[in-house]
Design a protein. Structure first.
Length: 132
């Protein structure tokens, strides 16, 4: 069971208070304490006035933890709510590219094979079509 002592005792009423709480979640994530970080994010998401900030921070924590698809879902939820913050659009675009690169890596190197530099051949003897 998660200790509630990491959660703030009152809802933030200023941008500075909100930023301090969000930064606390970030610090937990940097130390690998993802459950604590996510608890703070969930707490923020639970209140309509801090929901967007909580979704943004949770997306960041999830990305840090390697859960890119879930991070994208959080950012898409912000965009779907009608908030068109350029930074959110930029971040979701970067995450889409990361997912695409990860998928390409799986497709390009079946069974963990590595590509030779010449003729698009892989060391496992497979070939791939390439624009290189």
């Amino acid at each position: 069971p998660m200790s509630t002592s990491i959660l703030p005792t009152k809802r933030p009423t200023t941008e500075a208070e909100l930023e301090a709480i969000s930064r606390k979640a970030h610090e937990f994530a940097k130390k690998g304490q993802y459950e604590e970080a996510l608890s703070i994010c969930e707490w923020l998401i639970g209140e309509s006035s801090t929901r967007v900030a909580g979704l943004r921070r949770r997306a960041s924590v999830l990305e840090h933890r390697g859960e890119v698809e879930q991070a994208i879902e959080d950012l898409e939820a912000i965009l779907a709510s009608g908030i068109e913050e350029p930074a959110d659009m930029y971040q979701v675009g970067l995450l889409y590219l990361q997912v695409e690169r990860d998928m390409d890596a799986v497709i390009d190197r079946p069974n963990g094979a590595t590509r030779d530099r010449h003729k698009g051949a892989t060391r496992s003897g497979r070939f791939r079509v390439s624009n290189e």
